[in-house]
Design a protein around this ligand. Structure first.
Ligand code: GLU
Length: 490
C-alpha cells in the first residue's frame, strides 16, 4: 500500500517550530517510502481562523523551500483540501452516525452547559464535560424538534463500559476506558460546521491517509478518533505521536524560552536549511555523530524507528551553531541573496531600504567570503561589512596604538604601509604576507603591530573581517585615501 501522509494545520496562529517539525517528519516519511505528502487546512473553527495565518503558512513553507504533493494550492485527487469547502460532506457523515444510532442530537443551550459546569465546580465534582442529558432523548422526538428548526448540535454517543486500545508506532499500546474519554463530544456544531474530531477523521479516511504523525498533545484525542473509526466501520491509519519539544528548563517550548514562530527565526537571520536541519533532529536520531544533513539525505534514511521516545530539547545555541555552519558553507551569490534584506534594513547601500546599484551589488557578493567564517546570523552581516560601503569615521587616536606601542609607532607603520598599498590591494593573501613580512623585518616591527594601525585605518576598527581581502575589495586608491586620513589625525 502506498504511504499517504498529511500536515493538517489549523490556521489559528503563526507557523512555529512544533508545526514545521510535524510537517517535516511527514514529508520525510513520504519521501522515504515513495509516498505522498498532502497539506490540508483544518479551518473549521471559524472564530479563530484567519487568512493572515493561511498566508503565513504559505510564506513560511516558500521560505523553507519544501512543498507538498497535494494541497489547496496544487490540487490533487482528493480536493478540496480546505475543510471549510467540505462542509456538506461532514454533514452527510454526521447524519450517517445519527442513522446508525452512534450519535445523537443535543438541544442543550450554551447557558445550560455553562450552568452545569459552574454547578460541578461549586460542588468540587471531578466530572467534566457534557452531562449527556440529551443522550436519552428518543430519536423520533429529537428528529421532530430538529425538523421544527430547533438549534442543536450532533454529539458522538461514546460506547460506555468498554475500553479502547490502539497501537502507537512510537509509544506502543495505549489503552483508555471509554468512560474516561471526553463525554460525548460535539461532532457537528449548531452552525452546521464540524468540529475538529469529525472533520479530521472523515478527511483522513477519504484522503486515504495511511500514517498520522502528529504532535503528542493530540494523544488524548486519539481514543476518541479510534472510536469514530470504529463506529464508521473504517480502518484507522497508523498513529505516531511525536515527542514533545521542550525548552531547556524541561517545560513545553513556548515564547517564554525565546522565538518559536518561524517568522521570528527568519527575521532573526537564520537560513532556512539550517533551521530545517536542526528541526529534523528534534526528536529523531539518524546516524551517530553526524549532524549536518540535507533533506535529500534525510529522506533516504528517515523511518519511524529513527524517532525518539524522549522529549526533544530545543537549544537556541545549538541552532545558532547550525546556522553558522550553513553560512560558512553557502555559495557567495546565495548568501548575498539571503543577507540582502538585512543589508537593506540596515541602510548599507546609502539609506534604509535603498537598493544597491550594480557596483554595490557586486561588492556585496564579493564581500561574502570575508564574513562567512564570522557570522552566526545573517543579521550580523551588514554591520560587519559597513566599512566597505562607506568610509568609516576615523577612530580616536588611541585605537591606532599597537599593543605595547605608541602613537608614534602607529604613524610609522601607516607611513610604511602607504607605498605597499597598490601591491596589497591587487595581489593575493600569500603575496601580501610576504610583502608585509619584508617591510616588518626591515623596520624591526612585529607583524601584528604593523597591521593593527593599518586595519584601523582601513576598516575603522581593531576587529574586522580579513584585512587584505578588504583592501582588495576597496581598491588601492580608496585604501591610500583612508591611510592618509588616518595619518592626518594620528
Ligand atoms: N488541525 C490539527 C492541528 O492544528 C491537526 C492535528 C492532527 O494532525 O490530527 O494540529
Amino acid at each position: 500500500m502506498k504511504t499517504r501522509v498529511r500536515y493538517a494545520p489549523s490556521p489559528t496562529g503563526l507557523q512555529h517550530i512544533g508545526g514545521i517539525r510535524t510537517a517535516l517528519f511527514n514529508c520525510l516519511y513520504a519521501r522515504a517510502t515513495g509516498g505522498t505528502f498532502a497539506l490540508r487546512l483544518e479551518d473549521t473553527d471559524r472564530t479563530r481562523c484567519d487568512d493572515a495565518f493561511v498566508k503565513n503558512l504559505y510564506d513560511t513553507f516558500d521560505w523553507l523551500g519544501f512543498r507538498w504533493d497535494e494541497g489547496p494550492d496544487v490540487g490533487g485527487a482528493f480536493a478540496p483540501y480546505v475543510q471549510s469547502e467540505r462542509s456538506a460532506l461532514y454533514q452527510r457523515y454526521a447524519r450517517e452516525l445519527l442513522d446508525k444510532g452512534a450519535a445523537y442530537r443535543c438541544f442543550c443551550s450554551g447557558e445550560r452547559l455553562e450552568a452545569v459546569r459552574k454547578e460541578r465546580e461549586a460542588a468540587k465534582s471531578p466530572l467534566t464535560g457534557y452531562d449527556r442529558q440529551c443522550r436519552s432523548l428518543k430519536a423520533e422526538e429529537a428528529e421532530a424538534r430538529a425538523n421544527a428548526g430547533e438549534s442543536h448540535t450532533i454529539r458522538l454517543k461514546i460506547p460506555l463500559g468498554e475500553r479502547t486500545v490502539f497501537h502507537d508506532a512510537l509509544l506502543g499500546d495505549v489503552e483508555w476506558k471509554n468512560d474516561d474519554v471526553n463525554p460525548d463530544p460535539v461532532l457537528l456544531k449548531s452552525d452546521g460546521f464540524p468540529t475538529y474530531h469529525l472533520a479530521n477523521i472523515v478527511d483522513d479516511h477519504l484522503m486515504e491517509i495511511t500514517h498520522v504523525l502528529r504532535a503528542q498533545e493530540w494523544l488524548s484525542s486519539t481514543p476518541l478518533h479510534i472510536i469514530l473509526y470504529r463506529v464508521f466501520g473504517w480502518e484507522p491509519p497508523v498513529f505516531c505521536h511525536l515527542p514533545m519539544v521542550m525548552g531547556q528548563d524541561g517545560k513545553k517550548l513556548s515564547k517564554r524560552h525565546g522565538a518559536t514562530s518561524i517568522d521570528e527565526f527568519r527575521k532573526g537571520g537564520y537560513l532556512p536549511d539550517a533551521l530545517l536541519n536542526y528541526v529534523a533532529l528534534l526528536g529523531a536520531s539518524y546516524e551517530e555523530g553526524r549532524e549536518i544533513w540535507t533533506l535529500d539525505d534525510l529522506a533516504k534514511r528517515f523511518s519511524l524507528d529513527k524517532i525518539n521516545k524522549a522529549p526533544a530539547v530545543f537549544d537556541y545555541r545549538k541552532l545558532a551553531w547550525f546556522n553558522a555552519e550553513y553560512i560558512k558553507a553557502a555559495g557567495n551569490e546565495e548568501l548575498a541573496v539571503r543577507a540582502l534584506p538585512f543589508a537593506l534594513d540596515a541602510g548599507l547601500f546609502g539609506g534604509a531600504g535603498r537598493p544597491p546599484d550594480s557596483g554595490q551589488k557586486a561588492l556585496f557578493v564579493n564581500a561574502m567570503p570575508l564574513v562567512k567564517e564570522r557570522a552566526a546570523l545573517l543579521t550580523e552581516i551588514p554591520a560587519k561589512l559597513a566599512y566597505l560601503f562607506a568610509a568609516p569615521p576615523v577612530p580616536d587616536k588611541q585605537e591606532f596604538i599597537p599593543k605595547k606601542g605608541s602613537i608614534e609607532d602607529a604613524r610609522v607603520s601607516l607611513e610604511r604601509a602607504l607605498p605597499l598599498v597598490a601591491a596589497l590591494a591587487t595581489g593575493d593573501d600569500a603575496g601580501a604576507e610576504v610583502l608585509v613580512k619584508a617591510a616588518c623585518e626591515k623596520s624591526a616591527v612585529k607583524i601584528g603591530d604593523f597591521l593593527m594601525p593599518l586595519r584601523v585605518a582601513i576598516t575603522g576598527s581593531r576587529v574586522s573581517p580579513p584585512l587584505f581581502g578588504s583592501m582588495r575589495l576597496l581598491g588601492a586608491d580608496e585604501c591610500a585615501a583612508r591611510i592618509k586620513r588616518a595619518l592626518e589625525s594620528c
